[in-house]
Design a protein around this ligand. Structure first.
Ligand code: NAP
Length: 243
């Protein structure tokens, strides 16, 4: 099964590092014109040396700037809302500031960027496909991640409503829920080798995900190979939830 995106424009948020970067690389190699959005300009500059892409440097934590960036991206056929942050804190010490900062990037920015992109898709009448990157943490609790888990649970539900309301315009909205995936974000949290081994031992495939595992699933859900899939959440968890 070959997946191609020739002639389509894809906006990928958080494309500077980790999973988002892998998605941008895969989509570009599959023929899409990638608009790579992220916070650190040097990451985007190095990405643009690897693939011929457009870049937008913006902090999605500023919602006005997020809206302006979505407008700047122009006509978009494929949207991947991937950028997210985590501020690990025990529940009793979780601050309102950390909760607000997490929800702003992980939830509010997804909503405002999607509103602008989806409105453009509706205007052009050609449909489109949106993939929101959630997490295993939307389905199970993870210690020290109250704000992050809350934001990811909300993304799953936001996406279902988007699928209901955008579906009649032939815009599909689906969610990818990865388990721990080796990226700079994971390296920040999974430093303790005993804890890492304990977590891996609960995964039937006995390993964490690689960014390409996630990117391949994103490409499938963006593509016409998944034309009848809408409002779904797809676990990339090596079987963790099968227990
Ligand atoms: P990452 O390594 O931290 O990379 C995140 C990317 O998003 C970076 O390029 C970052 O830019 C960008 N970004 C973050 N905040 C931003 C903001 N306010 N404005 C613009 N760009 C911003 O994260 P990742 O591990 O690849 O995670 C990607 C997605 O997968 C996230 O939605 C995450 O929740 C989800 N996920 C990850 C894992 C995992 O274990 N890694 C597991 C499940 C789900 P800067 O570095 O410049 O801030």
């Amino acid at each position: 099964m070959e997946i191609r995106f020739d002639g389509q424009r894809a906006l990928v948020t958080g494309a500077g590092k980790g999973i988002g970067r892998e998605i941008a690389l895969l989509l570009a190699r599959s023929g899409a014109r990638v608009v790579a959005l992220s916070r650190t300009a040097s990451d985007l500059a190095s990405l643009a040396q690897e693939i011929d892409c457009e870049t937008i440097t913006v902090d999605l934590g500023n919602l006005d700037a997020a809206r302006a960036a979505a407008q700047q991206a122009g006509e978009i056929d494929l949207l991947v809302n991937n950028a997210a942050i985590t501020i690990p804190q025990p529940f009793l010490e979780t601050t309102v500031e950390a909760l607000n900062a997490t929800l702003t990037v992980n939830l509010h920015a997804v909503m405002v960027v999607s509103q602008i992109v989806a409105a453009g898709m509706i205007r052009r009448g050609k449909g489109g496909s949106i993939v929101n990157i959630s997490s295993l943490s939307s389905k199970v609790g993870l210690e020290d991640h109250a704000a992050y888990c809350a934001s990811k649970g909300a993304i799953d539900q936001l996406s279902r409503v988007m699928a209901l309301e955008l579906g009649p315009h032939q815009i599909r909205v689906n969610v990818i829920n990865p388990i721990i995936t080796w990226t700079p974000m994971a390296a920040m949290v999974w430093t303790d080798s005993d804890r890492t081994q304990a977590m891996k031992s609960r995964i039937p495939l006995n390993r964490f995900a690689k960014p390409i595992d996630v990117a391949n699933a994103v490409a499938y859900l963006l593509s016409d190979k998944s034309d009848m899939i809408n409002g779904d959440t797809l676990m990339i968890d090596g079987g963790f939830l099968a227990r």
